[in-house]
Design a protein around this ligand. Structure first.
Ligand code: SAM
Length: 201
């Protein structure tokens, strides 16, 4: 996928994943976990609405996206809404962001865009950026979404297989991807915690 081309040739408000407010599942999970402060990474921040929504809750938010045009548009949105978010351009796999700095990573629709040969590296990159016990929220398309357009689809078993080594899976359930499509795609929404790592010298 050429992400910059997607953001160059579309209004963000018309993209299928665009939703103006904070995703209900993400807002609900943050509330249930009792999280109120800390450093958050919104990976694949795209239009920036999720990063902005979490900053409004009081978190210190960094948005990271591989598409420089998405980052420019997200920065403009945050500025116009008067919300402080640091947006950076980069591929989360191989990012220079300092490891073990985030209390929470939010992934709304990124893991499911990663091709199979890069998935393990993606999982390790997320783990590396989180503190021990840090929370990872992940929403991806479910195999219950019909068709083969757009992102990859997953079963709950596959999500467990990819993430179970680096993360404790706290909850996993079916949900939907709120966006601009007439029929919201069926998703898996998962709350995980980064397993502790052995400190080596
Ligand atoms: C489906 S969109 C979701 C955007 C946003 N999370 C939201 O919910 O509005 C996926 C986003 O992930 C970004 N992305 C894809 N692969 C990435 C990677 N390896 N590193 C950082 N961002 C990536 C894309 O540019 C795109 O903005």
């Amino acid at each position: 996928m050429e992400w910059d081309a997607v953001y160059r040739s579309n209004k963000v408000e018309e993209l299928p994943w665009y939703t103006p407010g904070l995703d209900r599942d993400i807002a609900g999970a943050i509330k249930k976990l009792g999280l109120k402060t800390g450093r958050v990474l919104d990976v694949g921040s795209g239009p920036g609405t999720q990063a902005i929504g979490m900053a409004r809750l009081g978190f210190d938010v960094t948005g990271l996206d591989i598409a420089s045009i998405a980052v420019a548009k997200a920065r403009a949105r945050a500025r116009s809404e008067g919300v402080r978010v640091k947006f950076v351009v980069g591929d989360v796999i191989g990012t220079r962001l300092r490891p073990a700095q985030f209390d929470l990573i939010n992934d709304r629709g990124v893991f499911h865009t990663i091709d199979p040969e890069r998935r393990q590296a993606f999982v390790h990159a997320i783990r590396r950026l989180l503190k021990d016990d840090g929370v990872y929220l992940m929403k991806c398309f479910s195999t219950k979404t019909p068709g083969d357009w757009g992102p990859h689809r997953f079963t709950m078993g596959q999500v467990r297989d990819y993430f179970g080594g680096d993360f404790d899976i706290k909850s996993m359930r079916e949900s939907v991807f709120q966006g601009t499509l007439k029929q919201s795609p069926i998703t898996i929404f998962c709350v995980m915690r980064a397993r502790k790592r052995y400190k080596t010298r």
